[in-house]
Design a protein around this ligand. Sequence first.
Ligand SMILES: [Zn+2]
Ligand SMILES: [Zn+2]
Length: 160
Amino acid sequence: MYINLSDLKEIGGSKQVSLELEFHDLEFANREIEIEEPIKLDLEIFNTSDSFVVNGKLQAELILSCSRCLQKYSSPVELDISEDVLKSEMEDEEELYLDEIVVDNIILSLPMKPLCSEDCKGICPECGQNLNEEECDCEVEVVDPRLAKLKDFYNESEDK
Ligand SMILES: [Zn+2]
Ligand SMILES: [Zn+2]
């Protein structure tokens, strides 16, 4: 998507742009990031002598996969945009290419470990049950190495 800048030729001038943008899903570091609603952008673009400065807000609804239970969940984001697009790097000074700005800002906002909720219980490592939905009957033994030694000790003494 491009923003037409043919009316922003004057250095020192600025213009406001509000738009909604249908956007494709993203893939980043083997993660699928679905974008549900059209992305909303409210931007102010300034023409400086060697660049266009883009400031404003981006609102989007992302669908992420929880790193604990692997379920998809919806995550609304509202980001402050602040970009400096060099004229020397633009194909055409009358068109501002938005996609890169949108992708970079969304990817930077992604949590390292997305969680559907702070207290997501995850899935059972034995049977794969989603423990947020239902408990399972697996006994998952978490053995502390110090306790394991103690257990061996008791087992040995029982044998005698
Ligand atoms: Zn979860
Ligand atoms: Zn289980």
